[in-house]
Design a protein around this ligand. Sequence first.
Ligand SMILES: [Zn+2]
Length: 338
Amino acid sequence: MSFDAILGQSKAQDYLKKLVRSGQVPGALLFYGPDGVGKAKTALEFAKALNCQDPLARQTGDSCGVCASCKAISQAMHPDVTFVDFMYQARLEVKKDFSSKGYQEELEKEIAKQQHINVDTIREVTAKSQQKAAGPGWKVLIIDQAQTMQGAAANALLKFIEEPPQKTVWILITNKRTTMLKTILSRCQPLAFAPLSFETIGQILMQTGAETQYPDLCAKYSGGSISGALKADQALTLLSVAEFGPTGVNAQGPSAVAAELSRTLVSARQEAAAILDVLFMALHRAWKETDNETTRRTYQNTLEQFENYKRSLSRNVSPALLVETALMSLDGLNVPIF
Ligand SMILES: [Zn+2]
């Protein structure tokens, strides 16, 4: 794999290739843009390009994908490339030995609990950044979900991203640049990742062999990202039990969809969020397209209601109840979903 394998981000990739060719790499980069558009994959490709052992590939600013270094990065085994996310952090927090019984269950429980990249994790990685590199290439330290760092974690990172040792680069990845500390932002070179076009999403889904039931619709409800497309497909599959007619859902529809949600709270919440997103987008489209002032106002009010439903999900409201209520509120509104 090389940069070219990541579709829809050629502008960001051209910039990174230029950095590789020149060897003039800023101490810290900030990759920002919606979830599921290839930021993390691009960060790893950049790490490969910086460390690739193939001189020809290096000249183009890309990686060969097959040398020992490229392979090690693909397998998350490269000693100089660290990728921090909730999975990484959960592994640090599970006390069991990874070969012992019950490790996998414990790890999954720990991952589900993660909400912030915390200060202990940052200390662990900053210590790594100061150690001597194992190979002749670049040390690359990637922090995904960087917006979840709170004060202590962010402050622990500051001086390290300000002046990293030679041939060391930090990459912070975020879907919400605006919520990050100004002191962090001012120390990073920002690099925007654009939402993906419908065509690119369709292409990626086909290439990855993702089994989607509603390929066209899930691109439409994707919000420009692959993760969004997959969530939309899940939502549409759940919604399909409701048998939508031309004016809305049938009378048993809302409770039928609610009954389809998973039994575990974490999954049910994710499914409900995906359903609310799809309904919200359908409603928003209907609002944009109508010429009738009264209908427009009704849509507007319902959109506001939906904002409330979405907020309620993070509180202790039952996801099934929310989905049922949301679907009932669309009754008679003539909002096409499928
Ligand atoms: Zn290589």
